[in-house]
Design a protein around this ligand. Structure first.
Ligand code: SF4
Length: 448
């Protein structure tokens, strides 16, 4: 819903992927670059999961193919914000029931379920993390959210340990919807706050205001204590002082998790056009860098541990779902624009909501593009994604997981990046240096 915007220090990944995943590989929908594809908002949970470690619970690329993570893209919003290029339809809530019809058909097709009788008897795939992203999942009515949950529940086995995240907009999060989500087992809410300054929210063309956020957080926490907030910096007109105050207000609300993203101008958006016409002044690189730096300092001081370029969590509340992407594990993705990773293929659904609806309702495949991933490509992706995390990439784990030694795969490049001060090696682990976090795109570009 909001969270996929990453800073221009972090984007610009030179790998063309069929469609633009936003929710990413969060299964997701629509990103133009691999970096973005994997830069989602998935978050929350009690079990820490270290990408770079050889933890016993870790399922390696070589050992596990059956996805245990599920992303559902819900492509509805009240209107399209000026900077947003996600897969969605704005002001078309009348399509929601059709969307739910199509979603169940798409999942049944993928799981090869033929009819209700089989659905009732077929063993359900067990799922560790579920993420409803968008769009705005909470744009659905309470009854439609119930139906969405039933579609998932009828086809997948969720357990008491499953991390179940839903993206929400502070503007329309009614008590009834909160109750439906909590009753369904949702245990993590990712709120698209973006700013606590009404002028900044107006600039972003958001449809909520500062006051909406406070009431919403209070009401959500009554039922779902694990709340993550998304914030955007480098918004035209936003000063460093204003950004610091936004961070402080967010900290004061005591969320479990925060995600911060630098505003990006994506081709095809209203913001892109306005900037081209000189109507929208883009924040300077210097200011954006200062804002990111301040976020890292301020959040660390408030006991939010940065565990990925854009993600900060209280102890025990890293987003398990996002970590699935960053650690190269397989996942299901359903809904328009959603991506799946399995069988060494990345499958990307049609990004146009109407095309996706038409195809699925006609009994055809939802998939618009299939990218075959050879072992070396997967290994390079794993390296680049792992470097997004502050834990970095541990050599033995990488070899075990990808089948490639880091030196054989990219030894010279890694050494050069270490010499440039963009990567650092501690023991047997490679990670981005502090400077490297500002130039993550450059690092990624050299390693892919
Ligand atoms: S709320 Fe705005 S930014 Fe979020 S998905 Fe909808 S249109 Fe995009």
């Amino acid at each position: 819903m909001i969270s996929r915007h990453v800073s221009r220090f972090q984007t610009a990944f030179p790998v063309p992927i069929s469609e633009k995943p936003d929710s990413a590989i969060t299964g997701p929908p629509g990103a133009t670059s691999l970096w973005k594809l994997f830069a989602t908002s998935f978050s929350g949970g009690r079990v820490e999961f270290y990408c770079g470690s050889a933890s016993k619970s870790y399922r390696t690329l070589r050992h596990v193919n059956q996805p245990r993570s599920l992303y559902i893209h819900v492509p509805f919003c009240a209107h399209r914000c000026g900077y947003c290029d996600f897969t969605l339809v704005a002001g078309k809530d009348h399509l929601a029931e059709k969307y739910l019809d199509a979603l169940s058909l798409e999942i049944d097709r993928e799981l090869q379920i033929h009819g209700d009788a089989e659905l009732a008897t077929q063993p359900k795939p067990e799922i560790d993390t579920v993420f409803f992203g968008g769009g705005t999942p909470t744009q659905l009515s309470a009854a439609q959210l119930k139906r969405l949950y039933a579609i998932v529940h009828d086809r997948f086995q969720l357990t008491s340990e499953t991390e179940f995240s839903v993206e929400a907009n502070p503007a329309r999060m009614t008590d009834e919807k909160i109750a439906v989500l909590a009753d369904a087992g949702v245990n993590r809410i990712s709120l698209g706050v973006q700013s606590f300054d009404d002028a900044t929210l107006t600039m972003l063309e958001r449809d909520h205001r500062r006051a909406d956020v406070f009431g919403c957080v209070d009401r959500v926490k009554v039922r779902i204590a694990n709340v993550s907030l998304d914030l955007i910096f480098a918004v035209p007109g936003q000063t460093l002082a204003l950004w610091e105050s936004t961070l402080q207000t967010a900290i004061d609300l005591s969320p479990t998790h925060l995600s911060t993203y630098g505003l990006t101008f994506e081709k095809g958006t209203a913001f892109w056009t306005r900037r081209e016409k000189g109507e929208l002044p883009q924040a300077s690189d210097d200011l954006e860098r200062q804002m990111y730096e301040v976020a890292m300092e301020k959040l660390a001081a408030a006991d939010f541990h940065q565990y990925e370029i854009s993600s900060f969590a209280r102890p025990g509340f890293r987003c398990r779902h996002n970590q699935v992407y960053w650690s190269g594990q397989t996942y299901f993705g359903f809904g328009p624009g959603a991506a799946s990773l399995m069988n060494n293929e990345r499958r990307q659904n049609h990004r146009s909501v109407t095309t996706w609806l038409k195809k699925v309702l006609a009994g055809e495949s939802a998939i618009g593009d299939v990218e075959k991933l050879d072992p070396e490509s997967r290994a390079r992706e794993l390296l680049v994604l792992g470097l997004r995390t502050n834990d970095g990439v541990e050599r033995a784990w990488f070899q075990e997981t990808s089948g490639y030694g880091l030196n054989d795969l990219a030894g010279e490049t890694i050494n050069r990046l270490i010499e440039k001060g963009l990567l650092e090696e501690t023991g047997s682990t490679i990670r981005l240096s502090h400077e490297g976090r500002f130039l993550a795109d450059t690092v990624a570009g050299e390693l892919l």
